[in-house]
Design a protein around this ligand. Structure first.
Ligand code: GRF
Length: 192
């Protein structure tokens, strides 16, 4: 049985997708060992309703206390740590403790529209303002530099001329969910 830990900060649609994929056997032999949030957020109800262990580690803690609490909360035998809408920076000591085991889902075709303050609707607004005709989502390994880790897989989506940021976000969300489940499967169960 593979164990994953999911980190959230918001609505948790990607967490809900992982739970649903496990329940429908689209993520076989996998269990979510714990869900960790860095703030009180709606996404926690997906964990609580599924009886998945949930921890809130307040991001307002000092960086050291935040890091120590995070290290204590993440099971050492975790096969994969998935940042699904998680907005806090992962401390370097966590990255060192779990080398190439922490992945992040970002709502753009990195390296474009990544980095500090590039999250959620900020990304879609920037894509629209830049008059891009294509956008998408990326899953990458988490490194010390925000959104600059090795890209594992991407999925693209067209941007229509009159799109608002909300239109783009709505069109991209289901594709993000597909991408995330595909990558988790690929990393947990690499083809022989
Ligand atoms: C999504 O756009 C995802 O790409 C990004 O965080 C946003 C919200 O995710 N990582 P969720 O609905 O909280 O899972």
């Amino acid at each position: 049985m593979k164990k994953i830990c999911v980190l959230i900060s918001g609505g948790g649609s990607n967490l809900a997708t992982i739970i649903q994929a496990i329940d429908s056997n689209n993520l076989p032999n996998t269990q979510i060992a714990c869900v960790i949030a860095d703030r009180d957020c709606q996404g926690k109800y997906h964990a609580l309703n599924a009886n998945i262990p949930f921890r809130l580690i307040e991001r307002k803690l000092s960086p050291d206390l935040f890091s120590q609490a995070l290290i204590r909360a993440i099971p050492k035998d975790c096969d994969l740590i998935v940042l699904a809408g998680f907005l806090s920076i992962i401390p370097p000591e966590i990255i060192r403790t779990f080398p190439k085991k922490i992945i992040n889902l970002h709502p753009s075709l990195l390296p474009k529209f990544g980095g500090m303050n590039m999250y959620g609707m900020n990304v879609h607004r920037a894509v629209i303002e830049a008059k891009e005709t294509e956008s998408g989502a990326s899953v990458h390994y988490v490194s010390d530099e925000v959104d600059k880790g090795e890209i594992i897989e991407q999925i693209s989506v067209r941007v229509c001329a009159n799109d608002t940021a909300q239109d783009l976000q709505k069109r991209l969300a289901p594709l993000e969910h597909q991408l995330l489940i595909r990558v988790i499967n690929r990393l947990l169960f690499p083809a022989k």
